[in-house]
Each structure stands twice: as C-alpha cells, then as structure tokens.
Ligand binder design. Sequence first.
Ligand SMILES: [Zn+2]
Length: 199
Amino acid sequence: MPNAAANIRPQPGDALILVDVQTDFLPGGNLGVPHGDEVVPALNRYLAAFHARKLPIYATRDWHPRNHCSFQAQGGPWPPHCVADSPGAAFAANLHLPPETVVISKAQRAEQDAYSGFEGTDLDARLKRAGVRRVFVGGLATDYCVLNTVRDARKLSYDVFLLTDGARAVNVQSDDGRKAEEEMRRLGARPIEFQQLAA
Ligand SMILES: [Zn+2]
C-alpha cells in the first residue's frame, strides 16, 4: 500500500464504490442503520471529487425478490428490505450520484444472499476492464456489506481505502462496527477521511 499522503488523492486507476446507500438502510427505513443518514453528505463529497476527475463510480444495491431468503418470513435474520423496484430499494434521495454511475445489483435471486458487492456480480470484471487497482469503499453497513465488499476486494488484490466518514455500522452487538474496522485494517484496508484527500 502507498504511504505518502499525496498518494491518497484520487487518480487514474482509482474507483469509488458506494455500498448499499439505500432508503431502507437509512433511519426510518425497513432495516435502518443508526446514523446511516450521516454517510450521505460525506459520500457526496467523494462523489464530487471522483466525478470532477472523471474517475469511475460504482454503487451497489440490495435488489431482492419479495420472498428473499434473508427475510424473517423465510427463516432469515432480517426484516423485509430493499425489495426490487420498491421505494425502500431506491438510493438515498439526497445522494448525488452522477449519471455515469455504474449500478451493481446484488442478491437478486430468492435463494441467495450477497453481502459483498462482488458476490454474484460483474463488479470485478468491470473494475478490471476499467484498469482499476485501488478502490475507495464506503456505505452501509460497516459490519456487513462494507466489510464483505472490502474482504473480497482485498482477496482480489485491490488496494482499499475505507471511507470511515462515509460508513456506519448496524452494531447488533455494540462493538461490531469497531471489530469490522479492525478486521478490514488487518486485511490491509486503509481507513481515511475526506479531509485527507485535500491535505
Ligand atoms: Zn439484503
């Protein structure tokens, strides 16, 4: 991983990956993440920075059928959320996704869940085609889909920056988010905040 502060600046070979910044994961949504709305203004700053530099932007989304296996009615752990084409599955209304954003839908089949944006999608192929080597990852939630997306990104040998100001945890156990961050750090992901890009 690069260490010089200047190398944090988004540059060719970099991509922004926003994980599941969807209405159902915001406070008041069907599976609201505490303080999940706080990621939106933070991620808007990253979006503007990547858009201005014409760097690729990917937004993953849960896109479930009504009878998805992760829902409690089917014996899964979660209340129904992010049902395809429902208002709750929409990206956060105040998230400023530029038109070139590539949307990556995941867990679209009833019998399969996917916490990682790489699981069952063409995200890796798209990143490779775009010549991406470093990914900046934020979104919801730190201890589930962000964690699993970062795990896979590291397995696939991408350099990873974790956007700590642009991610929040569910914290089913109160320190789940902290533990997830520790694991991502251990895997080689580098936690950053937006002001470091401008430094
Ligand atoms: Zn889901």
